[in-house]
Write a protein that binds this ligand. Structure first.
Ligand SMILES: Cc1cc2nc3c(=O)[nH]c(=O)nc-3n(C[C@H](O)[C@H](O)[C@H](O)COP(=O)(O)OP(=O)(O)OC[C@H]3O[C@@H](n4cnc5c(N)ncnc54)[C@H](O)[C@@H]3O)c2cc1C
Length: 230
């Protein structure tokens, strides 16, 4: 529900306090003009999370947007979020303007459990909004000595992000060409497709042409051109 009446959002926060966390902005790291990672501090001692979970930020009186917590650390009371500052909506605007010491209320982690523990090989496709999901699952995959590969379609300022992933420009078919190159080694993977709806659908069609079964494709659109929230 990306848009809700103000009174409903207020009531939810007041009547269901166990579903919300009070968080404070800590350290801020800028990877590029469009990518901002924020460490949030909170009492997480009674709050559970899972790899690839999502939290809801109330980005205005009436609008709610999803983001992915990374490094959810109950002991230290911290987690990070990697925000894509795309400049077109209230979520991006809020993230762009957050300063150390700002306080917010966000939902506790929830959402779909996409991580498949049973698989050895994991393949990611996404964009700036999917980087948090990738980082969050990567920790688990490494713990389990899994094999991992990621193709991320990024805007030009973000192509040099310091993660061990294949970054390609959003324009053209570079992602599909990269898929052709890596298909041989990653055919037995579970494929996680997140980010822009049209892009993940295009990538899924390419996987089907490579005879990848739908069973091994986990798809979640994060945003659609011209739509507010999802
Ligand atoms: C489960 C889940 C987890 C997510 N995790 C993250 C995360 O960790 N980090 C993150 O940055 N995003 C994440 N997203 C995506 C984020 O919620 C959307 O990008 C959201 O639309 C941003 O809200 P907004 O208010 O900035 O823009 P909106 O008001 O939703 O949209 C306004 C306009 O901006 C466009 N737009 C939205 N997102 C983008 C974008 N990324 N690039 C270019 N144009 C865009 C829309 O098409 C629309 O035209 C996640 C989404 C889901 C569903």
């Amino acid at each position: 529900m990306p848009n809700v009446p103000k009174w409903v959002a207020d009531q939810m926060e007041n009547l269901l306090p166990s579903k919300f966390m009070d968080i404070e902005v800590g350290t801020i790291t800028r990877y590029s003009s469009e990518l901002k990672q924020i460490t949030f501090r909170a009492d997480l001692s009674k709050i559970d999370s899972f790899p690839g979970s999502a939290i809801n930020f109330r980005v205005s009186d009436t609008e709610i947007r999803h983001y992915t917590p990374i490094d959810f650390d109950k002991t230290n009371g911290t987690f990070d979020v990697l925000f894509h500052i795309h400049g077109n909506g209230p979520g991006s605007h809020l993230a762009d303007n957050l300063k150390p010491g700002d306080r917010l209320k966000v939902s506790v982690p929830g959402g779909r459990k996409l991580y498949d523990h049973s698989k050895h090989s994991h393949f990611f496709f996404g964009d700036e909004t999917s980087l948090g999901f990738y980082i969050s699952l990567l920790k688990e995959i490494n713990k389990n000595n899994g094999k991992v590969y990621g193709i991320f379609e990024l805007n030009e300022p973000n192509l040099t992000i310091p993660y061990d992933i294949k970054t390609v420009p959003k324009t053209g078919d570079a992602a599909l060409a990269a898929l052709d190159n890596y298909m041989h080694d990653f055919r037995d993977s579970i494929f996680y497709l997140t980010g822009n709806v049209a892009a993940v659908q295009r990538f899924r069609s390419a996987l089907k042409k490579h005879d990848i079964s739908s069973r091994n494709i986990k798809l979640q659109g994060y945003w659609a051109n011209g739509s507010a929230g999802l």
